[in-house]
Design a protein around this ligand. Structure first.
Ligand code: AMP
Length: 217
């Protein structure tokens, strides 16, 4: 299956994409993770993307489309994939459609995680990530056992630069202006499935899984 996860920042896209990938054996493709990795490694792409990311702005479509084109050409995508963070604009969605069409493929389903905005701010400002294994924690609802350390691997936890209060508002505005219109785009082609993302991780996953034929839920 080829799946897209839409949703505002902090809606749980990453967590749900990881779970879908694990249970269905699909590849999890997170453009945010790819850009953060490039920024950490100080590659040319990372240097270009860093400023946009820290300001909560979108990296230009041209750059993102070439990253995805590259990623989707890999053999390991053939068994199915979950896209997390791409597309983020209608232009990216059209390009993705064209890319898949060239391979005689198409998307199977697009989930949109719907979360109340107060909850988003609370989730983002309390989110911490492990620098080593990328696992995410929430200081209120899913804290690590030891302060500032990953419970799984002992790695150091950090706060994403763009999860600070100053940037969160901008990211939410960018989502509304650029990404939310994708819901109408995908509803128009019969692919959109809205999911209530306000509940706990397991409940949201059960809801998603009920639409996936790879999970006997
Ligand atoms: P995320 O981890 O998905 O929240 O993405 C973090 C940041 O990476 C975003 O705020 C953007 O600056 C950038 N980014 C990730 N995916 C895209 C995309 N498809 N288009 C443009 N910018 C992106």
């Amino acid at each position: 299956m080829r799946i897209v996860l839409l949703g505002p920042p902090g809606s749980g896209k990453g967590t749900q994409a990881q779970a879908i990938a694990k249970y269905c054996g699909f590849l999890h493709i997170s453009t945010g993770d790819m850009l953060r990795e490039a920024a950490d490694q100080e590659t040319e792409l990372g240097r270009q993307a860093k400023g946009y990311m820290e300001a909560g702005e979108l990296v230009p479509d041209e750059t993102m489309i070439s990253i995805i084109e590259n990623r989707l050409s890999g053999e390991n995508c053939r068994g199915g994939f979950v896209l997390d963070g791409f597309p983020r604009t209608v232009n990216q969605a059209r390009e993705l459609e064209d890319l898949l069409k060239k391979k005689e493929r198409e998307l199977d389903i697009v989930f949109s995680l719907e979360v109340e905005s107060e909850r988003i701010v609370e989730r983002l400002s309390n989110r911490r990530l492990c620098r080593n294994c990328n696992r995410d924690y929430n200081l209120l609802s899913n804290p690590p056992e030891k302060e500032s350390r990953c419970t799984w691997c002992g790695g150091v936890l950090y706060q994403r630069e763009d999860d600070r209060a100053e940037t969160i508002t901008n990211r939410m505005q960018v989502y509304e202006a650029e990404t939310a219109p994708l819901k109408a785009f995908y509803a128009g082609v019969g692919l959109l499935q809205e999911i209530d993302g306000n509940g706990d991780v397991e409940k949201v996953f059960r809801d998603i899984a009920s639409h996936l034929n790879c999970i006997g839920a």
